[in-house]
Design a protein around this ligand. Structure first.
Ligand code: MG
Length: 159
C-alpha cells in the first residue's frame, strides 16, 4: 500500500413533513423526510464527497448537477455506484468508510446494520469496512430542532 488517499465529506438536508426518509440506502419510517433534488440521502452524499475528496475531484454537485433532470428524485445508491466507478477508473480501491449521521429523531440505531449492509453492497467492500454511526445533538442546533439532518464521512483509498 504505497499510495493512500484520505477524503472527508459533509452534507446537510432540510427536513419537511410528508417526504420519504432515506438514509444510508435504507427507507426509514418517519413523519419527515429530506428536501432534495435526489432522494436526499444525506449519508450517501457525505460518503460520495469523501470518496471524491480523496481524489481531489470536487464534490457530487459537480458530478451530478442538481439542475439536471436526469438526477431528479434519483436513488442516491446509483450516485454512489457511479462515484465508486470513478474511484476504480483512477486505479484506487476503497479500504474503508466511516460515516456519522446527526439526527435528533427517530432513533437510527435499529437501522445501522441495514445501512452498513446496503452501503457495503453498493460500494463492493466487506461490511466490516463500512462503519455507520448516529448521534443526536442533544436538542441543539438545526438537527436538534429536527429542522434538518447532517452527515460526516471519511474514506480511505489505496492503490
Ligand atoms: Mg445532499
Amino acid at each position: 500500500m504505497n499510495d493512500i488517499r484520505i477524503g472527508h465529506g459533509y452534507d446537510v438536508h432540510a427536513l419537511a413533513e410528508g417526504l420519504p426518509l432515506v438514509i444510508g440506502g435504507v427507507r426509514i419510517e418517519h413523519t419527515k423526510g429530506c428536501v432534495a433534488h435526489s432522494d436526499g440521502d444525506v449519508a450517501i452524499h457525505a460518503i460520495c464527497d469523501a470518496l471524491l475528496g480523496a481524489l481531489a475531484l470536487g464534490d457530487i454537485g459537480k458530478l451530478f448537477p442538481d439542475t439536471s433532470a436526469e438526477f431528479k428524485g434519483i436513488d442516491s445508491k446509483i450516485l454512489l455506484r457511479r462515484v465508486c466507478d470513478v474511484v476504480a477508473q483512477h486505479g484506487y480501491s476503497i479500504s474503508n468508510i466511516d460515516c456519522t449521521i446527526a439526527m435528533q429523531r427517530p432513533k437510527l440505531r435499529p437501522h445501522i446494520d441495514a445501512m452498513r449492509a446496503a452501503l457495503a453492497s453498493v460500494v463492493g467492500i466487506e461490511v466490516d469496512r463500512v462503519s455507520v454511526k448516529a448521534t443526536t445533538t442533544e436538542h441543539l442546533g438545526f438537527e436538534g430542532r429536527e429542522q434538518g439532518v447532517s452527515a460526516h464521512a471519511v474514506a480511505l483509498l489505496y492503490k
